[in-house]
Write a protein that binds this ligand. Sequence first.
Ligand code: ZN
Length: 445
Amino acid sequence: MPVLLTGGRVVTMDPERRIQDADVLVRDGKIEAVGRTLKDTEGGRAVGTTVIDCEGLIVLPGLVQAHIHLCQTLFRGLADDLALEDWLAKRIWPLEAAHTEESVYWSAMLGAAELLLGGTTAILDMETVRHTGAAFEALESIGLRATSGKCLMDSGDNPPALREPTDRALAESADLCAKWHGAADGRLRYCFAPRFAPSCTGPLLRAVSDLAAKAGAVIHTHAAETPVELQIVRRETGQDELAYLDSVGISGPRAALAHCVWVDQEGIARLARQRTNVVHCPSSNLKLGSGIAPIPEMRAAGCRVGLGADGAPCNNRLDAFSEMRLAALIQKPRLGPDALPAAQVLELATLGGARALGLEGEIGSIEVGKRADLVVLDLEGPHNQPAEADLVSRVVYSARAADVRHVLVDGRVVVKDGQLKTAKVEEIRREANAQARRLRRAVGV
Ligand SMILES: [Zn+2]
């Protein structure tokens, strides 16, 4: 059914970065036209067209978060104020090990509901070792665009409850990829997701690189998050972590590396040369005390950079607006107030994320022919006034997730007037709380 958004102010993020007063016509999941008075055209008048009045509202490309762990949404508030190593070993790994199919499903539903209601339309997700199929089922029904993958942990350093034999980990990944890569008319895709270099053997990482290339899938992992991680990789491989990942085939446009906080000039040049995607997670990096990623330096070097909230227990929001604002602010004490201006930050949350998902031809901007992933914002609240201020500044610095009025994914209206249309929030709240209670008791936290 066609959808026509009329009378909004459209932030296109097209190559000229045009902002125009325009209608947006959506048909068969795609943007068919962007222009004035489309309601008078044949397409706009088609029988059954749903008209959404956007007068006085802002239309943005759907926001993309390129590093999320939906399986951790139920752990929100259960792992505060810990360094990464304790955060993983004492809380996250035991909680992930206690997951069942049901708890993974409701964890994904809870996270996806928060994401959609806050204007995030696409994610790159890392699940846990088991029950990844349940997360895909949740994503299929709730309507979020997602590239998701089973977490891979096969080295001897992992907790026994999560460690898997290399062959079994790879075989299950290949099965999940065969089932879900391209499902829901291409809205769902599979990624190969080694947790991070110290969790994985060299043969597994090499095999992942081959499998991903064969399937046309993204490789999603963490890199250079803390100095401890770099020391472990150097001790075990004799190499800098980014050089090591490159040596096993985890680099280039197909790879998305979350964090990259501890990267020197040589590493930045390497990432730029390879066109590897970096995913910046400013809230997570601050909350775990990891540091501040050199994002302006990466951009200056030509790196591809996206943005993500990471998991709920290290943030504790899954809110693209919080991440945008923080991404801009945390660079300024270090490099001056002109570092990473609002317009560059909006690129990270749209086009940068689209590139990290390998979907730059499909999403990330409002252009004819792209998938209709759209967010309609209401900036009438006092916290977004006066209205004459620069629009991109308002979106990045003052807007909040609660300002999201309508959301479309693949041309389907998934949020209308601030209400989720694809699932019952009350049911998600009830089931998610019941599962979180069970996990807490099982782990004793
Ligand atoms: Zn992460």
